[in-house]
Write a protein that binds this ligand. Structure first.
Ligand code: ADP
Ligand code: ZN
Length: 482
C-alpha cells in the first residue's frame, strides 16, 4: 500500500530523474558512488558567479585545519539553485575535483520509492562513509523530492520521505561544522523546500546557477564542440544567438545531435548547418515548459529593464545598477528581474521614495516611449509603486494630510498587514492622492527617458545583443560623449 503511494509520488517529482521507474526493482542498490571523473571548474563553462561562490568551499576542503585554527566555521550545506541542466551536478563534481576529495552522491527521487525505513538507513550509511572519508563532498540531487514542505493535510502522508528527511536533518545537526564533510544539494524549486532544511546550520547558503547568457552559451558550445570533429568555419556566436534560452544540457545535446546528423549524411565533420539544424530538434524535443522569448519580446524586455535603470541612474547621478539581464532568472516572478537596488536604509527621505516610484514606473515608461504600447510585464512594478505611494500618504505623513496615520500595521511580525482607519470620504481622497503621486512620478520617468532617448536606444540594444549588462558597462555607455 505504502509502496504504491510512494511510487506515484516519485513519478510526479521525477524531474530529470527517471529513476522513479527504472530503479524500482533495485531498491537495494547503492545510492551513492565515489566519483573519479576528474571534472574541474574549467569544464563548466559560463557560471562564473557560481564558481566564484564555490571557490571558498574548495579552499576549505583543501585545508580545513586553516579554518579550524582561526575558529571560522564553514556552512555545512549549500543549496545549488537553478533550472535543470544548468550544470549543478557538474559544479558539485568540480568542487570535489578541484579540491581533490571524494564525491558521494545520491538523488532525492531515489528515496521516495523505497520501503519504509530504507531511506533513513541509506542516509545514515552514506554519512558514516562520508565522515570516514572526510574531507569530502556529499551531493544530493533533486533534494526537493525528499525535502519538500510537510503538509499536515496529506492523509497517510509519505512516511518514507519524512523519515528520510528527518534522518538527513539529524545527520546534519550531528556533526560539527568543521569535520570536512561538505553537503551540496541541487534543486530547481527552493520555495518548495521544508523550512527545516534551510535553517541556519543546515542548508543556509544558496548559490544560484542560472541559465547561461549569450557569452555563456557560446563558451558551453565550444567546450562540447571540442569533443567532436568540426569543420573550421563555425560561427559559435551565431549558434549561441539562435539557441537563446537553452540550458547547458541542451547545448551539449545540440552539439551531439549535430554530430549524429553529420554521420547520417556520411560526412567527417560537423558543420555550421548541422548545428543550426540541431537547435530545433533539441529544443522541440525538450518541449520547453517556459517557452523561449520571441525576438520582439526580448526587445521589449530589454527596453523595459533599461528604462528602470536609466531612470534610476539619472535621478541619483550614480550607478544604481549591479547587473541587468534578460535571461529568465530562477528568482524572477516574470522570468526576468530588474536588479536595480537603490538601497533600503533605515531612513528614507520623501524625495528618495518618490524617486523609487519613478524608477519602478521606468520600465513601463520605456515601453510607452519606444513602442507606444504597453505590456503585462509591469504588473509587479505597479504593485510595488502603489504600495510605496500608499505608505507615503497613509503612514509616513508625506502628503497634505499632514501627520495623520490612516493605516496602522496590525501584526508587524506576521506579514505586516495594514488596516485602514479612515472615513469613506478620506479613503476616497487617499486613493486620489495615491493615483496623483504615481502619475507624477510616471510622467517624470517618461520625461527622463524622452530626454535621454539616444542612450535608451543604445543601452537597450546592448542589452538585447548581449543579454546581460554590468553596472560598469552601463555607466560607460551612459557617460560616453558622442
Ligand atoms: P543539472 O545538475 O543542473 O541538472 P548537469 O550538471 O547534470 O545539470 O548537466 C547536464 C549536462 O549538461 C552536463 O553533463 C554537461 O554535459 C552539460 N552542461 C550543463 N551545464 C554546463 C556548463 N555550464 N558547461 C558545460 N556543460 C554543461
Ligand atoms: Zn519592471
Amino acid at each position: 500500500m505504502n509502496d504504491t503511494l510512494n511510487n506515484s509520488d516519485a513519478m510526479s517529482f521525477g524531474g530529470g530523474g527517471f529513476g522513479g521507474l527504472g530503479n524500482f526493482g533495485k531498491s537495494n542498490a547503492k545510492v551513492y558512488v565515489k566519483s573519479t571523473e576528474g571534472i574541474k571548474f574549467d569544464d563548466v563553462a559560463g557560471e562564473d558567479e557560481a564558481k566564484e561562490n564555490l571557490t571558498e568551499i574548495v579552499s576549505y576542503l583543501k585545508n580545513p585545519a586553516k579554518y579550524k585554527e582561526i575558529g571560522a566555521t564553514m556552512p555545512k550545506g549549500i543549496l545549488l539553485v537553478g533550472p535543470p541542466g544548468t550544470g549543478k551536478t557538474m559544479l558539485a563534481k568540480a568542487v570535489a575535483g578541484e579540491a581533490d576529495v571524494p564525491f558521494f552522491s545520491m538523488s532525492g527521487s531515489e528515496f521516495v520509492e523505497m520501503f519504509v525505513g530504507m531511506g533513513a538507513s541509506k542516509v545514515r550509511d552514506l554519512f558514516k562513509q562520508a565522515k570516514e572519508k572526510a574531507p569530502c563532498i556529499v551531493f544530493i540531487d533533486e533534494i526537493d523530492a525528499i525535502g519538500k514542505k510537510r503538509d499536515g493535510g496529506n492523509l497517510g502522508g509519505n512516511d518514507e520521505r519524512e523519515q528520510t528527511l528527518n534522518q538527513l536533518l539529524t545527520e546534519m545537526d550531528g556533526f560539527e561544522g568543521n569535520t570536512g564533510v561538505m553537503i551540496l544539494a541541487a534543486t530547481n524549486r527552493p520555495e518548495s523546500l521544508d523550512p527545516a532544511l534551510t535553517r541556519p546550520g543546515r542548508f543556509d547558503r544558496r548559490v544560484p546557477v542560472e541559465l547561461p547568457d549569450l557569452k555563456g552559451r557560446e563558451d558551453i558550445l565550444k567546450v562540447h564542440a571540442k569533443k567532436v570533429k568540426t569543420s573550421d568555419a563555425i560561427d559559435y556566436n551565431k549558434v549561441a544567438r539562435m539557441a537563446s534560452g537553452s540550458s547547458g544540457a541542451e547545448l551539449a545535446n545540440i552539439v551531439n545531435e549535430a554530430a549524429l546528423r553529420a554521420v547520417r549524411d556520411g560526412r567527417k565533420a560537423v558543420t555550421q548547418a548541422d548545428l543550426e539544424e540541431s537547435i530545433e530538434v533539441v529544443i522541440a524535443g525538450y518541449q520547453k515548459k517556459n517557452a523561449i522569448m520571441t525576438d520582439h519580446e526580448k526587445m521589449v524586455v530589454s527596453y523595459h529593464e533599461i528604462g528602470h535603470a536609466l531612470v534610476a541612474a539619472k535621478q541619483t547621478n550614480s550607478a544604481p545598477v549591479t547587473k541587468i539581464t534578460i535571461i529568465p532568472r530562477t528568482s524572477g516572478a516574470l522570468g526576468y528581474t530588474m536588479q536595480v537596488d537603490e538601497g533600503n536604509h533605515y531612513l528614507m527621505t520623501k524625495e528618495e521614495l518618490e524617486n523609487k516610484i519613478a524608477t519602478l514606473t521606468g520600465g513601463r515608461a520605456a515601453e510607452e516611449v519606444v513602442f507606444g504600447d504597453v505590456t503585462t510585464g509591469a504588473s509587479n512594478d505597479i504593485e510595488q509603486a502603489t504600495k510605496i505611494a500608499r505608505q507615503m500618504i497613509a503612514r509616513f505623513g508625506m502628503s497634505d494630510f499632514d501627520m495623520v496615520a490612516f493605516e496602522t500595521v496590525t501584526n508587524q511580525y506576521l506579514g505586516g498587514d495594514a488596516s485602514l482607519a479612515a472615513s469613506s470620504d478620506t479613503q476616497r481622497k487617499i486613493d486620489e492622492e495615491v493615483v496623483a503621486l504615481v502619475k507624477k512620478q510616471h510622467q517624470k520617468a517618461i520625461n527622463i527617458l524622452n530626454e535621454n532617448k539616444d542612450k535608451l536606444h543604445e543601452l537597450a540594444k546592448f542589452l538585447y545583443l548581449n543579454e546581460t549588462i554590468t553596472g560598469e558597462q552601463f555607466m560607460e555607455i551612459l557617460n560616453k560623449k558622442d
